[in-house]
Design a protein around this ligand. Structure first.
Ligand SMILES: CC(C)(COP(=O)(O)OP(=O)(O)OC[C@H]1O[C@@H](n2cnc3c(N)ncnc32)[C@H](O)[C@@H]1OP(=O)(O)O)[C@@H](O)C(=O)NCCC(=O)NCCS
Length: 161
């Protein structure tokens, strides 16, 4: 597992690179909704954490990023991706654990995330990290692609829900 010291909070100058990764790795085949301006708003939003890992060998590019928003005791992982050349190195795990720790420290009790139904890599990845698949949602993405809703409780007592 890589050291979490590699993770830093994004700055507005990262917005373009994050948006490009979202389009290529997450929103492919769908309308591009995470445009640079939207990512920049997330970076500036105090209720949202945008975390990145720099690519050490390619200045100005990112190896990974994650966007997590907070609302009361719920955290929501909105976007998450690792550069295709840096996968299966534990980078995604290091970044996810970093975001989870921040959420826990901030008082979140649960983290929610969605993935495409056919995204086996992401479903395995989240499952490895203790996320449970709650619901299959038909045509969740742009009315065409099925999705799955996952969640992870950060506390033992989930209030019975
Ligand atoms: C899903 C994703 C974030 C995983 O990042 P990663 O850095 O490769 O993940 P890790 O190296 O930390 O993998 C941890 C574990 O997750 C599981 N996993 C990761 N990628 C997998 C794959 N392609 N197939 C099956 N299991 C996978 C494995 O159990 C892996 O452990 P192992 O390598 O010891 O077998 C990455 O594949 C990615 O960016 N995908 C495109 C974007 C995306 O789908 N984002 C999530 C939905 S928003």
């Amino acid at each position: 597992m890589l050291a979490d010291a590699l993770v830093r909070l994004a700055v507005p100058a990262d917005a373009g690179a994050i948006a490009a990764m979202s389009r290529e790795y997450i929103e492919h085949g769908l309308p591009w909704s995470w445009l640079p301006a939207r990512v920049e708003r997330a970076i500036r939003n105090p209720d949202t954490n945008v975390a990145v890992v720099d690519a050490p060998d390619a200045p100005g590019t990112l190896a990974a990023f994650g966007i997590m928003s907070y609302r009361e005791s719920d955290a929501h992982l909105l976007l998450f991706a690792v550069h295709h050349r840096r996968r299966r190195e534990g980078l995604g795990s290091a970044l996810l654990l970093w975001l989870e720790e921040v959420a826990r420290t901030g008082g979140a009790r649960r983290i929610r995330v969605e993935a495409r139904w056919d995204n086996v890599a992401a479903r395995n990845f989240y499952s490895e990290h203790g996320y449970h698949e709650r619901t299959l949602r038909k045509a969740m993405y742009s009315g065409t692609l099925d999705g799955v809703l996952l969640e992870k409780w950060l506390v033992a007592d989930n209030g019975g829900s």
